[in-house]
Design a protein around this ligand. Sequence first.
Ligand SMILES: Cc1cc2nc3c(=O)[nH]c(=O)nc-3n(C[C@H](O)[C@H](O)[C@H](O)COP(=O)(O)O)c2cc1C
Length: 180
Amino acid sequence: MDLNDIETLYLHRQSCREFSEKPVAEELIQKICELALLSPSAVNAQPWQLIAVMGEKKDEFVKAVQPMGMNKFASKAQALIVVAQDKSGGVMRVGEIVKENPYVKNDLGLLTAHLILAAEAAGLGTCILGGRDEDKLRALLGFKKDVHIPHVVAVGYPAEGYEVRPKKRKPLKETFCLLK
Ligand SMILES: Cc1cc2nc3c(=O)[nH]c(=O)nc-3n(C[C@H](O)[C@H](O)[C@H](O)COP(=O)(O)O)c2cc1C
């Protein structure tokens, strides 16, 4: 693999809002989660957990990612992967100085980035769903109030003919500079 492969991966990765009915193997969902969990985290605290929800169980969770009529397409996802803080509520396992982990949100975002790119490499489509009812998700999972759930990732094969959209990004000169 070289940089061109990575470029192709990044350009092809897009928010998928039209999923195929094609089933996704549980093993593949587990594999992309395992790869995502190789993500870095501050002081390697790994303040996270991934909960993959599939089959009939998924139907219980779909409503929680469709607040105010949002994310209707998520009903057709084959899996919903809940990205959540670890059950300890973010207390760092290492070091006595910092009890509260201020990096949890960053770490969960990094984890999600790894997850969606691993899924893309596996030929799967994903959409991060920040539109979610966090309380409902916590209730479904039996989590306490202090367990943050920033988003859920909808996963499935993209519908046949679902095209790769050109990327809409700010001009490079607004978002990158090189100082020397
Ligand atoms: C934290 C976060 C939350 C998001 N929440 C939603 C969402 O609830 N529903 C949705 O359709 N897309 C959601 N998106 C997808 C963004 O709209 C999308 O990433 C952005 O428009 C860029 O498009 P692309 O992913 O196709 O490159 C979310 C993305 C992020 C990073």
